[in-house]
Ligand binder design. Sequence first.
Ligand code: NAD
Length: 246
Amino acid sequence: MEHEDFQAKIDRLNEIVAASRKIVFFGGAGVSTESGIPDFRSVDGLYHQQYDYPPETILSHTFYMHNREEFYRFYRAKMLCTTAKPNAAHKKLAELEAAGKLTAVVTQNIDGLHQAAGSKVVLELHGSVLRNYCEGCNTFYDIDYILKTEGVPKCEKCGKPIKPDVVLYEEGLDQKTISDAVRYISEADTLIIGGTSLAVYPAAGLIDYFRGQNLVVVNMAPTSRDQYADLVIPGKIGEVFDQIKV
Ligand code: NAD
């Protein structure tokens, strides 16, 4: 994109943000790539790396139930990234919320970086690697416990396996999280979609509840919603959001 085209889009984004009172952000793995966490579908994403099984197989409920050892090998190596820090996109979203312009972040991410940046209303559609629960007695375990154990982590109280509070393929989403997301999205005046391929359902279907004035897409690759958007910025979300004036 020519620099002038890009600047014109940033200016338009700033006009929209200035005129909005109830922005909702809907995002995915692309929001955290600039923090060093790989997404799934970019060229250097996890789907293009070689494993014994495809990631969507390893990250499925069936695989987890039958191959917890292998699941945890992949999960510890590829899904846990404790050194990652919020980038400019996470930080700007927290600023917009603090300024009373943004009502919620609806995220497919499981990395906790929005909360680390200071966002308060974060609807985690797919859960979080920061929370883990015993399958037997439901005792809570933090990420450090998962990192310091080997193989399948076991509950210190009852000895049963510990499962991450992450929605695996074939598993349902939390109903309260979905209904909250629907409410925020349907009441928004502006919906900004960013860093997501919109390929994972039912999460991606939630954006259909948007009824507001401005639909904005900030994503490196084209998405199925670009044709309906008022503004499409094909760039890096951290670089784009860094230029939003709060
Ligand atoms: P995806 O990998 O399917 O798509 C990522 C999209 O983001 C792509 O379209 C890519 O072009 C775009 N992108 C990548 N870097 C970007 C950047 N810097 N700026 C703008 N756009 C960028 O991710 P998805 O749509 O979120 O779906 C994958 C699933 O994987 C989700 O359900 C999510 O739970 C999970 N996931 C989460 C994390 C995380 O928590 N950080 C990481 C990997 C996967």
